[in-house]
Design a protein around this ligand. Structure first.
Ligand code: ADP
Ligand code: MG
Length: 630
């Protein structure tokens, strides 16, 4: 007999994105469905950790049941699997919100990737995108969630077959856990294996053996719960007691990753502040690496109590690092908002950052190949530190690796570069672009190539920024090959020959003519030192911004008017000397040629001719002349 009047559970529709997502889950062909277990256990553990945190301020929430616990119950007869926790629990409204919508952004990206990837990879995305709960529908055709929030007098039930609607409503407290959440999966026929003790125990131990809450397993609804994972904090144990598998399991369940760590850093800092660090560098790029918020993923614990994943424990350019810091000194009751201001946190950030960069450097020395894999994944992020973290830029420059005009597919360090400097070379030359091959063959590099001078080829977005931030390496400034004068004349060509620096009067006159003809379109036209094969190229004015950076800013709408380029003309080029020799009566041809040379230089830079119609007309006239005189 019910003593209170219960409203019948209300039927509601899922948010449109959830319906689409569920459709993908229900029809997923992934063989690796075990991921749902990991996700539901991870939610249960999160709920226990949230309660542990709330109970610092309100110990009464724990009541007579202070030990956090997750219980998994199997029921082969009913083909059911139940995961129950005594954590924070949810109210009816929270359930509708948490289990009917998707809180995190990136759902669209998730669905695109999820439906595009094959087999195991697809299920690996689930945890990363924060849509873990819905993975229950990969194995269940009905899911019932009953929950009672810590300290609440009432309880609620949520239920769905995953096909577009769910019901949510109040339930008698006797039907709900004393505190926390019970998730009952009515398994599909083909998922009956998830009621078999051996199989489930093995899966939980390998996937979730290191969640920070003990896990119990009951073979039958009336069976005795047996502990299968102790919930001990792995990071507080001695390194010598932890195997590589333990670390990998922990990394996966803690970071929601499915790969293995490329680097594991586990240590205890003792000194002004005491804390444990367990940090991992992933083997693959997490999907959100270039999200605009650039949020880090290191978790903060205080004396084993999870506090927040939002504290900035590392600079943004280390946001790919996963793991946690467990502080001994921070007060437990520090509010999440105030944490960022704490000097303890600043000191931890400094210590962990230095240690991580130090480990990377060690790895670079001891195992170059392993280091390069990390660099290939995260170099573009690490380079953000070159202009964001002035104090560490020397360290970061030391860690940086580059593709260069002479290295082929090998990576070169700046030490390597400086060791190969040519006679009289005083700068580190670089070219910025989006495409490695096009950069390597761009005309602006010709004079450098002829002299065997190495040029860094920079193709990451971030390169345009750090390279112009006034850095130097071992006293050598960075200098763009597409900006200003190339000052190559001091550096000898192999074999000792030196192109005459003299430009003949006829060529000088032609250059002046081109300048007059192009008028406002260019800031200057001049004879080039850097060209050896091509007739023309564009460079940025001496005091201007690098052309690539300018383009980037312009495309981001952060620049009103791009500055005008300098057109450089190769005075030794056949075409140029012959054009220079044309008589006054060839005014029309000379004018067409001036414009076409400018357009040619633009095309080589990946741009369009200034005026496509005029370009076609000029090209047509010149072709006709070619045919006529043949
Ligand atoms: P995520 O865990 O990344 O937030 P999920 O899809 O796994 O995404 O879960 C969605 C939300 O549902 C959680 O953030 C949480 O608010 C709620 N939730 C799920 N399971 C539980 C549980 N056992 N106890 C309390 N809240 C839960
Ligand atoms: Mg989750």
């Amino acid at each position: 007999m019910t003593t209170m009047t219960e409203a019948a559970p209300e039927t509601r529709s899922f948010e449109a994105d959830v319906t689409k997502l569920l459709h993908l889950m229900v029809h997923s062909v992934y063989s690796d469905k075990d991921v749902f277990l990991r996700e539901l256990i991870s939610n249960a553990a999160d709920a226990c950790e949230k309660l542990r945190y709330e109970a610092i301020a309100r110990p009464e929430l724990l009541g007579e049941d202070p030990q956090p616990r997750i219980t998994v119950t199997l029921d082969p007869d009913q083909r059911q699997l139940t995961i129950e926790d005594n954590g924070i629990g949810m109210t009816e409204a929270e359930m509708a919100e948490a289990l009917g919508t998707i809180a995190r952004s990136g759902t669209k990206a998730f669905m695109e990737q999820f439906s595009a990837t094959k087999d195991a990879e697809g299920s690996q995305l689930i945890g990363q995108f924060g849509v873990g709960f819905y993975s229950a529908f990969m194995v269940a055709d009905r899911v019932d969630v009953t929950s009672r929030q810590a300290g609440a007098d009432d309880a609620a039930i949520w239920s769905s077959d995953g096909l577009g609607t769910y019901t949510v409503g109040e339930v008698e407290v006797s039907q709900a856990p004393q505190r926390g959440t019970r998730v009952v999966l009515h398994l599909k026929e083909e998922a009956a294996d998830y009621t078999q003790r051996f199989s489930v125990e093995h899966k939980i131990k390998t996937q979730s053996g290191h969640v920070p809450v003990p896990i119990f397993l009951r073979e039958k609804p009336d069976g005795e719960p047996q502990q299968i994972a102790d919930g001990a904090a792995l990071w507080t144990r001695a390194k010598s007691d932890i195997s590589e598998e333990d670390y990998t399991d922990f990394y996966r369940s803690n970071a929601g990753q499915f790969d293995a760590p490329a680097l594991t850093l586990h240590y205890r800092a003792e000194g002004t502040h005491e804390y444990n660090v367990l940090a991992f560098i992933p083997e693959t790029r997490p999907f959100d690496l270039f999200d605009p918020d650039r949020a880090g993923r290191m978790k903060l614990y205080v004396r084993r109590v999870f506090i927040t994943a939002e504290a900035r424990l590392l600079p943004r350019y280390l946001r790919f690092v996963r793991g946690l810091v467990d502080s001994q000194d921070l007060p437990l009751n520090v509010s999440r908002e105030m944490i960022q201001e704490s000097p303890v946190l600043a000191s931890i950030q400094k210590g962990v950052t230095n240690r991580l960069l130090g480990e990377l450097d060690k790895l670079a020395q001891s195992d170059g190949d392993a280091y390069l894999k990390i660099w290939e994944n995260f170099g573009a992020v690490l380079k953000e530190g070159l202009y964001e973290d002035y104090a560490r830029r020397e360290t970061l420059l030391g860690l940086a690796r580059f593709r260069t005009s002479t290295s082929g597919t090998d990576w070169r360090s700046l030490q390597d570069y400086v060791a190969g400097l040519k006679e009289n070379q005083t700068a580190i030359y670089y070219a910025v672009g989006t495409d490695l091959d096009r950069l390597a063959t761009s005309p602006q590099l010709e004079g450098f190539r002829a002299r065997g001078i190495e040029v860094l080829l920079l193709t990451d977005q971030v390169d345009s920024f750090w390279v112009t931030s006034g850095l130097d390496f071992e006293g050598k400034a960075f200098k763009s090959v597409t900006q200003g004068l190339s000052d190559l004349s001091l550096i000898p060509l192999p074999g000792g020959e030196q192109p005459s620096a003299e430009t003949s009067d006829a060529v000088s006159a032609f250059i002046n003519f081109v300048k007059t003809t192009l008028g406002e379109a260019v800031s200057d036209v001049r004879a080039s030192e850097r060209l050896t094969e091509s007739a023309v190229c564009l460079v940025a004015p001496d005091s201007g911004m690098d052309r690539q950076l300018e383009r980037l800013l312009a495309s981001a709408g952060q620049l009103g008017q791009a500055s005008k380029p300098v057109l450089e003309i190769n005075p030794r080029h056949d075409l140029v000397t012959r054009l220079s020799a044309l008589g006054e009566d060839e005014e029309g041809l000379r004018e067409d040629a001036a414009h076409l040379l400018f357009d040619e230089a633009r095309v080589a830079d990946g741009e369009l001719p200034v005026d496509p119609r005029a370009f076609s007309a000029r090209l047509g006239r010149i072709l006709l002349r070619g045919i006529g005189s043949a």
